[in-house]
Design a protein around this ligand. Structure first.
Ligand code: NAG
Ligand code: NAG
Ligand code: NAG
Ligand code: NAG
Length: 567
């Protein structure tokens, strides 16, 4: 299938030719979009990118080569895409079949929409990941023969046959349902997992006291609700002062990662609704806003939406599917007196994915209105995404957008791509691939949701002054915008870290609104903005970010810029 989104080169040529026509059309569309759509009146469009990618996209990571690596689990039985070159995996530890000649991971090339099967050997079920500063994906843990594994996937070296590299016994303990956070020094923190009340680092690091590489973290034991747990895949957000926000079940702490100390305990979320697996809500760190010339750290705010009331898991096991949570909690974790502000979503949701958009809004997509995460434990798929606008007045805070017609329940995923689309895939509430005689068949399809901004003429980044920048360095960002010029104050440059998406969690997702200095007009519809790279690795850990220009609220495509490690 031809990719509906033009490549930057195609797009630029067309745009220059049609600049005036585009301008008029844009103006009309812009006004129509603004005037006709009433509050909560929808917008957005769904496109089917692939009816089948061969696997069910349980885990996804966007890579700096404009590729997306996706995988499910190796013991699901045969997938719908063969391993390359007639290869097979013979793994006696696999629960489904000992000989499997199909792939459980694929690589999607975004510009061409082409897929390539990859070879993964150990079981990746319910694993975690983080993009390393060098552009390789670190992928950690899983189930069975994969629960102590780490794996690497590199696509930026340009090897057309690049494949997974696996280190089977790297992790200190089994990490199944753990969460990963990239740290300011480029290490990755791997937190928790089923019955693991500890964390560890990649690269593995023996602690000074001789206690080995494992750091106890009793908070995870304290927040566990018996067999239903409700604290797996903890939400991790690196705060701009270098401390770590950790949320599990209904509670949050601020962790000093270097000193292994819990510095603060925040008040519990007021409605007492568990938010972590299997009562899966979702969470983002709202965009960190830097001001030109400012030296103060940006005030971080964490948003958590959806989940399932206590008892939902036990109830769903008895085939009684309780309504999912309708609430979101928002908190400034380093405020002098942190307090949750509770807001109500227009639709209840469990297993939603929260995706930061370059506009600063948050897309809440996928999931169900009843039940919990787990095999066969949810009902009433929620088809409509909801847009959360952090700065809007209370009545405009949530907007219900156009729905998909594909249910995305347990094991579905969503992430932002460089075109500003949201890729949506996966959904498999069954133990294996199951397509017939089930309520919600295993989904092999991949869709792209086009937020409303993709329906209008957007700015286009023509060039970024440097492919790699140091902390605080000023970079020229050249862009075209045919939407009526709204003044220098209407230009933002936003650096967005690509997420590792699984189980309603977008690990390492991050948006930093960079300070913009001078903006100069350099041609008809062409401008150059001076943007400063993030000031420190605490605000933005080193590595690859997508830089978007947002003019008058409309985002461009994203361009990859690497932030070099601090010297
Ligand atoms: C999406 O929503 C808008 C506004 O509510 C509507 O005009 C449009 O037709 C919808 N698009 C699709 C593809 O459903
Ligand atoms: C994938 O599904 C199609 C359609 O059902 C089938 O023809 C094809 O053989 C399957 N491929 C594999 C590798 O299972
Ligand atoms: C990035 O670092 C990891 C861990 O050290 C290494 O395995 C991987 O090969 C590196 N990737 C590149 C592209 O150099
Ligand atoms: C469909 O599922 C039902 C309930 O699980 C089962 O009783 C029935 O035998 C199944 N039918 C087929 C054709 O597999």
């Amino acid at each position: 299938m031809e990719n509906p989104i033009p490549t930057p080169t195609q797009r630029r040529t067309t745009r220059t030719r049609n600049a005036t026509a585009t301008f008029l059309l844009a103006l009309v569309l812009f006004l129509v979009e603004r005037v006709v759509a009433p509050p909560g009146g929808g917008g957005g469009e769904w496109q089917l990118l692939h009816a089948s990618i061969g696997i069910s996209a349980m885990h996804m990571q966007l890579l700096p080569s404009d590729k997306v690596v996706m995988f499910d689990r190796t013991d699901f039985g045969p997938s719908n895409i063969s391993l390359p070159d007639g290869r097979c995996r013979s793994d006696p530890a696999d629960l489904a079949i000992p000989l499997d000649c199909t792939a459980h991971s694929v690589l999607l090339d975004l510009p061409s929409n082409a897929l390539r099967p990859l070879t993964i050997l150990s079981d990746t079920w319910c694993s975690s990941g983080a993009l390393l500063p060098n552009g390789s994906l670190l992928q950690s843990g899983g189930f069975n023969d994969g629960d102590h594994s780490i794996r690497f996937f590199d696509s930026i070296s340009g090897d057309p046959a690049a494949d997974w590299q696996e280190l089977p016994s790297y992790l200190t303990v089994r990490r199944w349902y753990a969460s990963d956070q990239l740290l300011p020094d480029g290490r990755v923190l791997i937190v928790g997992g089923r019955r693991q009340f500890s964390y560890e680092f990649f690269p593995r690091q023996e602690s000074a006291g001789g206690g080995g590489a494992l750091i106890p973290f009793p908070f995870l034991e304290e927040t566990r609700d018996g067999d239903s747990e409700n604290n797996l895949y903890p939400f991790l957000h690196l705060l701009p002062d270098g401390t770590l926000f950790v949320f599990a079940n209904t509670r949050a702490v601020i962790l000093d990662v270097a000193g292994h100390q819990v510095l603060h305990r925040l008040p519990p979320i007021p409605d007492d609704v568990p938010r972590n697996y299997p009562s899966s809500g979702s969470s983002v760190l709202l965009p960190l806003r830097l001001t030109p010339g400012g030296t103060a750290l940006p005030r971080p705010e964490v948003l958590i939406c959806g989940g399932a009331p206590r008892g939902s898991y036990e109830s769903a096991l008895r085939r009684v599917f309780l309504p999912a949570a309708t609430t979101c909690g928002r908190i400034g974790p380093v405020d002098p007196d942190p307090a949750w502000n509770v807001e109500t979503m227009p639709i209840p949701r469990v297993m939603g994915d929260m995706v930061l958009l370059p506009t600063g809004d948050v897309l809440i997509v996928n999931g169900a209105a009843a039940g919990t995460a787990g095999w066969e434990l949810a009902r009433e798929p929620v088809m409509n995404p909801v847009l959360y606008s952090p700065g809007a007045s209370a009545e405009l805070r949530f907007t219900v957008l156009n729905g998909s017609n594909i249910p995305r329940l347990y094991h579905s995923t969503a992430l932002l791509d460089p075109y500003g689309r949201v890729l949506v895939g996966g959904s498999n509430p069954h133990v294996g691939y199951s397509f017939t005689n089930v309520t919600y068949p295993t989904e092999l399809s991949l869709e792209a949701f086009h937020p409303p901004y993709l329906a209008v003429a957007r700015p286009w980044v023509v060039a970024v002054g440097a492919a790699a920048v140091g902390y605080g360095e000023v970079v020229a960002v050249r862009f075209e915008s045919s939407v009526g010029w709204a003044g220098a104050g209407s230009v933002e440059v936003v650096a967005m870290a690509p997420a590792f998406a699984t189980h309603a969690v977008g690990m390492n997702q991050r948006a930093v609104v960079l300070p913009v200095g001078r903006v100069t007009q350099v041609g008809p519809f062409a401008y150059e903005a001076e943007a400063a790279a993030p000031p420190s690795p605490e605000v933005a850990p080193p590595g690859y970010y997508l830089w978007f220009v947002v003019h008058a609220g409309l985002p461009s495509q994203g361009v990859w810029v690497r932030i070099r490690p601090a010297p």
